[in-house]
Ligand binder design. Structure first.
Ligand code: SF4
Length: 740
């Protein structure tokens, strides 16, 4: 109603922290956003990105109607016209060259939408292509692989019990700015302050003195990419000083002796020079972790985006196991989200990779996808199975993946491309058709991904804040129509067919004994297809009402009645049920990982590069998504090349100089910021920038372009076990621009 002002509550979908927002809505516009003080998980916390939720939703550059490319221009068309253009473009390619000729890239915003959580699997299944790529091989696949081998499921990721721990060791993560990743912890800074206030400590290991490091009890500067050596030094100390104590894990762990054998090559005195942390301090860390009443080791981006990413991710968990801190309060624990069910028993099929291999480089499939580092190979290399068409969903690989200059050129050579995306950005400018989903304020939200990574069990559902206004299309409908289209049911097929099919299948999968699908179907709640699927998952989930069997249990209706969320209590131990390895134990020394230790040992005496590049994260940024909101990009240029004073003096560079940074893959120029925040021998550029390419429609971002750090990263540098790109520790040369 005109002139009406109301308050609405909504989970923030802009990062992994899942904060509750309190939104003021006037005349169907969001006019203010603040933290929801009654929210059961975030308790009123908000960061600058969440405060811009309204501006992001109402961004005038956000596409409201589909675009079709005509020549070198994109023109608005009707939805029917857009789907017919996809049918005309994609259909003949699929018919002539088969499903492998179509590649898909899924960006990480997909884990922030219900459509991404529910409707991508049917699309990928319908398409049948093995050329699936995602942001997972940009920054997190090593964690999935190590969890897959250790616990039997790549999704069984233990998170630090930050609210109860006595000692937190953080490697390669900056939660003061990111608010946590693969560990959902709204107000991570507040939780760290509380840790210190109750007499605990946190220690940060990072090549850069990040904001997290600034607030830490101790910061250890480590040479980029060498965390595996430090962690092996800790394991070596725990074993040789007889500090291993599995606690309640005893009887649930196999492979302990073999890990001790592998650690023999990595005495602290042997690895200290490589990683830049002294041997006494490495021993001290091991003793501190062993002696603390509870302790948790947490590693993130800097431990995944390196050449030994899987080894490092594995060692993080090995230390937690050896100190008895896996699966105990105050250690690292497995969340249990409301839409999931615990396993009936331990023991399962386990985890395998390499069920098929990429055509050009022969890289193994991991979790059903190939490393995005080989996407350009698959597009450029002619022959059977060449990728000729490309579908992106909420992704911007031209900015976010290695050697993005090469990928950018490769996309220009495709026969056809379709993007599901609200922006005409650096990637979607190549698309023949762009399909923009409705803005986040007009869709419901439940965090399928992050509630399974939260440091406390809770559940929250937010219905749409604003009514549909005819702009954009519901993302579930877009993905359903694409799914029907690739299965040959035509551009005009009714997405309702797939919605009903999916609901029926969900009910069949979850059917409790003695009930019928028809009976449950009549009980399902929800006005939107995603709401109905959520209702089924909640009611048959770990805390669900079992469709009436447990009247106090969760359901969509119960979450709708609790707009600030429902607290489900602190994390509880889940071993052995969570263990789905063939042995039903924590398989601490998986053969593929043990075999890779030789590569790490072989690199011990390798000559180190003079200067290496690392990335960095900023509170007001999340990859490339937030750069079109004026308040999030204003102020001093953040896209600077940070360099230690000693390196700047050696290279005769001063603050503000324009530096040319050269790697094997490419060259960029960026202004120098001389600072002792980075250690000598390390330079740092933030990621997600480089908005100066022609053809984009992002006015604010284009006015603050920055430089794309992924022009420098190398598509041939990957962690072999996970296929994850190496984005940290890139050898570079730096000179003043214009100097030979
Ligand atoms: S920390 Fe993340 S979830 Fe919380 S307000 Fe900021 S962007 Fe939103």
């Amino acid at each position: 109603m005109p002139g009406e002002t109301r308050t609405a509550y909504r989970t923030c979908p802009l990062c992994e922290a899942a904060c509750g927002l309190e939104l003021t809505v006037a005349d169907d516009r969001i006019v203010a956003a603040r933290g929801d003080s009654a929210h059961v998980f975030s308790h009123g916390f908000i960061c600058p990105k969440g405060a811009m939720f309204g501006q992001l939703s109402a961004d005038p550059d956000r596409l409201r109607r589909p675009l079709v490319r005509r020549g070198d221009r994109h023109e608005e068309v009707s939805w029917d016209e857009a789907f017919r253009a996809i049918e005309a473009g994609l259909g003949p390619i699929l018919q002539r060259y088969g499903p492998q000729s179509v590649a898909v890239y899924l960006g990480n915003p997909n884990v922030h939408t219900m459509a991404g959580g529910l409707y991508l699997s049917p699309l990928l299944r319908a398409l049948g292509s093995r050329n699936i790529f995602s942001a997972s091989t940009v920054d997190q696949m090593p964690k999935h692989v190590s969890s897959g081998y250790l616990y039997g499921s790549p999704l069984a990721i233990p998170v630090p019990d930050v609210d109860r721990t006595d000692l937190l060791l953080i490697l390669g993560a900056n939660p003061w700015e990111s608010n946590g990743s693969l560990a959902t912890a709204a107000d991570f800074p507040g939780r760290l302050k509380a840790l210190q206030a109750r007499g605990g400590r946190f220690i940060v290991v990072d090549p850069r003195r990040t904001r997290t490091a600034e607030h830490a009890d101790e910061h250890l500067a480590i040479r980029p990419g060498t965390d595996a050596y430090l962690l092996f030094g800790i394991v070596h100390t725990l074993v040789t000083e007889h500090l291993v104590d599995l606690g309640a894990l005893a009887g649930h762990v196999t492979g302990l002796t073999q890990v001790g054998e592998l650690a023999k090559a990595f005495a602290p005195e042997r690895v200290a020079a490589v990683c830049g942390v002294t041997a006494p301090r490495i021993r001290g860390l091991a003793r501190d972790l062993a002696a603390a009443p509870t302790a948790a080791v947490y590693g993130r981006i800097g431990t995944c985006t390196v050449e030994f990413g899987t080894l490092t991710s594995w060692l993080v968990d090995v230390v937690n196991v050896l100190t008895g801190n896996l699966d105990r309060p105050g250690g690292v624990m497995f969340p249990l989200a409301a839409h999931l069910r615990p396993h009936a028993r331990s023991g399962g099929k386990g985890f395998t990779v390499g069920r098929w291999h990429s055509r050009v480089r022969g890289l193994p499939e991991v979790k059903g996808e190939f490393p995005v580092a080989t996407l350009a190979d698959e597009i450029e290399t002619e022959g059977d199975g060449q990728v000729r068409a490309f579908v992106t969903v909420a992704g911007n690989p031209v900015l976010s993946t290695p050697n993005s200059g090469r990928l950018d050129r490769a996309l220009g050579g495709l026969d056809f491309m379709v993007s599901v995306d609200p922006y005409l950005n650096e990637t979607t400018r190549h698309a023949d058709v762009v399909l923009p989903p409705t803005d986040p304020a007009r869709k419901g939200h439940y965090d399928f991904s992050f509630l399974a990574l939260a440091v406390r069990n809770f559940a929250a559902y937010s219905p749409p804040v604003l009514p549909a206004d005819g702009s954009g299309m519901d993302e579930c409908d877009i993905l359903a129509r694409l799914t029907l289209l690739v299965t040959g049911q035509g551009a005009d097929a009714d997405p309702g067919m797939l919605h009903e099919q999916m609901l029926e299948q969900a009910l069949q999968r979850a059917l409790p004994a003695g009930r019928t699908v028809a009976e449950l179907r009549a009980m399902v709640d929800g006005t939107h297809p995603a709401e109905r699927l959520l209702d089924v998952a909640l009611r048959t989930g770990a805390y669900g009402d079992g469709f009436g069997a447990r009247p106090d249990g969760l359901s969509l209706a119960r979450l709708l009645a609790h707009p600030h969320g429902v607290d489900l209590g602190p994390l509880r131990p889940r071993i052995p049920e969570v263990l789905q390895t063939p042995s039903g134990t924590v398989e601490l020394c998986p053969a593929p990982i043990a075999a890779d230790v030789e590569r790490l040992r072989g690199a011990l005496d390798r000559e180190r590069d003079d200067l290496v590049l690392i990335g960095r994260r900023h509170l007001r940024s999340n990859n490339s998504w937030m750069h079109n909101v004026p308040a999030l990009v204003k102020g001093r240029d953040r896209c600077t090349l940070q360099m230690h004073p000693a390196d700047a003096a050696r290279l005769a560079l001063t603050d503000g100089d324009d530096a040319r940074v050269v790697s094997r893959a490419g060259t960029v120029s960026a202004p120098v910021e001389v600072t002792d925040r980075v250690m000598p021998g390390v330079v740092s550029l933030p990621h997600g920038w480089g908005h100066d390419l022609p053809g984009i429609r992002m006015t604010v971002a284009a006015a603050h372009p920055g430089v794309n750090s992924n022009v420098l990263t190398d598509e041939f540098a990957i962690d072999p076990l996970s296929g994850n790109s190496v984005l940290n520790g890139i050898p570079v040369e730096v000179k003043a621009a214009g100097r030979p």
